[in-house]
Every structure is written in C-alpha cells, then in structure tokens.
Ligand binder design. Sequence first.
Ligand code: SF4
Length: 424
Amino acid sequence: MRESGDRHRANGNGWRQWYNRTGLPADVGRLNRCGRRTRGVERTVLFQPPIPTTYSGLSDDEVATAIVARKQALGGRLVILGHHYQQDEVIQFADFTGDSLKLSQIGARQREAEFIVFCGVHFMAESADILSGDEVSVILPDLSAGCSMADMAELEQLEDAWEFLEHECQATVIPITYVNSAASIKAFCGGHGGACCTSSNARAMLEWALDRGEKVIFLPDQHLGRNTAYAMGIGLDEMVLYDPALASGGLSPQQAGDAKIILWKGHCSVHGLFTAAQCDEIRESDADCKVLVHPECSWEVVQKADLAGSTEFIIQAVGSAAPGSKWAIGTEIHLVNRLAARHPQQSIRSLAGIQCLCTTMYRIDTRHLLWVLDELAAGRIVNRIQVDGETKRQAVIALERMLANVAPHPVAIKSRFAPRPLER
Ligand code: SF4
C-alpha cells in the first residue's frame, strides 16, 4: 500500500521501491521485514515478482552456458560482484568476490563498467550505487535479497534515539553504523559527524569516533559493537543496550548518560545461531581444533573462541594455516563449505551442527542472474537499485570515512594465535 507523499522511484522492471515519509501518528504502524511494528518513516520491503517461467524449464547446464554467453556478449560493460556467502553455483560467475568492505572498494573503483550486477544483498547494492558513478547501474538479481540485520534499524527509530541522547547526555555522541544497514541510516551517520564501519575496521572506526566524541551509538549490530569495544578495553559496564522497540530505548537518562558505548539492539540471524555451548562441545571432543568465529557472533561465543575476525580474516587465517590444522568455524555455511573444499589438507567444519545459512543471500540464484543478464542484453535494465541524490550525498560521507580507515590486511578482533602471513 502506498501513501500520498511517498518518495518513490521506478526501477527498470516497472517495480517500485519507496520510502514512506507521511509521518504517521505514533500509534499507527506497519510491520517491517522482521515483523516489528514501525511508525512514520518506513522502509518498504522489496519483493521480487516471479521471473518468466521459461527459466525454470532450463537445465542447470543450459543456464550456466547462457550466463557465460551473456557475459561474453556484454564484455567490459558488465561487472559481476559476488559476496563470500553466495552459493557456489552463482559465485563461479563473479568477476570479483569479497566481503562487504572489499566489494565496496571494488564498487568504488568501477568507472568503466555500465552495469554492476551485485550477487549479494540489498544494502550492499545500495553501497555500490552510492560509491560508483551515476553512469553505472547497480542491479540486484532478486529484490527480495535483503538483510534481517539491516532491517532492524530504521531511520525514524534512529532519529528518536538521537533526540533522546541529545536531550539526556551532556556529551558529544558520534553515530557509527555497520555497513550492513540501509542507505538512509548511513546518510544519517554521515550527516551527524559519524561514519560507517565493517567488521574489518570496526575497531579503527570506534577509535576514530572516540577521538571526536565522548560517546558512540553503534548500530545495528550489538554484537560487533560489543565485541569490538570490549577488545579495545572498554568494559561491559560501560556499554548499554538501546532497544528501538521501547520508549527511550528502555534506558533511563542516567544509564544513557553514564555509558560510553550505546549498542543498538540488532543482530545477524545467521551468526546468532552459534552458541557458547557449541564451543564447549568442540573443546571437549577435540582439543586440537581451533574455534574461529565472525564478530557478529555473541560476546559469549567470541570469548570462547580462539580467533574472531571478519570474513576476509577468516579466509586468511585458514588459508595461511599449516596442513593438518583443524577448524570449527562460526560463519555462514557456504563460506565454510568453500573453505573446506579449497583446503582439503585441513579439517574444516561448521561450529554449529545445523546449517547456518543466509537465506536472503540464497535467494540470488543462477536463473535470476541469467534473467537480469538477458534483460541487459535486450537493452533493458531490471532490478536497478538507486539511492536518491540527497541520501547518497550524506551516505557517501560515512562510507568514505570508513574507506579512509582500512588496514592493508584483515585484522583479528580477538586472537589467541597469530596467523601466519599469507604468501602472496
Ligand atoms: S549473514 Fe546476517 S548480516 Fe550478513 S546478509 Fe545475511 S542476515 Fe545480513
């Protein structure tokens, strides 16, 4: 349902994305992707309409052959980016693979290509659109490929939190948003003296923020914020949790005033599946097995782990390990399986006994990829992700501050061992 006054933009497929700015009364709300009630400014979830049924009639080999042919025909006009959590069937066609940070950097460098097909999730495609030139069209093969964590922070909620903190804290507060957030959140941070961060440079960005203010509000991932701040020597008693579903975030003025780090109550539904008990089970069953986790895992899990770091750090740690090394890895299952296949001389398994799958990333499949390429070959751009000019202008400030604080190599948030440097 669309309200009068919504800002909207048609994408090439005739489907629209829009942002409700009607200022609904506080007691009127709708449900967002997470099923939480929202009010006022609302980010409408994008849904992918069915693609033509001819695609389901193709065999996997026919689809793969057609994708290769389309890539050859489009040549340098096309760049395909693939996130590490993407399924193998798709990642094989990526010109570049990486985590959010690496793909942001690659997206920012694209000046020759006309089309970036982003095999990731929605916020990543938004970042690519913000960082690439206006002449580049960024395309998400399935509009339903969102991120539950990004959906846990909405602009109006952040505006409410900001108003509360400004009113209650006699201190300079710097907003830092994980890059896994909507463009509107990035824009707010850019426009309020803050920045983005990734799991690779969260520490550098927290240090950057604390050089400029006395407090940080860190969103949307409480775990990355808590794990990073704790590793910097900031005590848990100096952090509070701001719950956007509650009045004043559930905090008293004193709690907000005393805290150094205000953590947004958001999390990754995939990394939230790893538990401290799983770490204990690994320790008991195999003392030689190292536990390596992503910092989107809970603080309890990171405390039990041997190593914690970004996706690129995980790849480096395993890639530089000696033959015979054993790993239990706490991150998305496609990456764990790919690492196991790439390093058969090591023992690599998931930390969890269950499949920790990013189901929204998984929506990008080869048939949707072929469909967008077919449309491009026919001169039509479908599923274009476009951030409006004003949001882009503010968000790019936050992203560029992030990109200016990137270490040359991925660094651990926590390490009991120093991984050997990669041979290059
Ligand atoms: S793994 Fe988690 S944070 Fe990453 S895209 Fe999926 S839901 Fe979002």
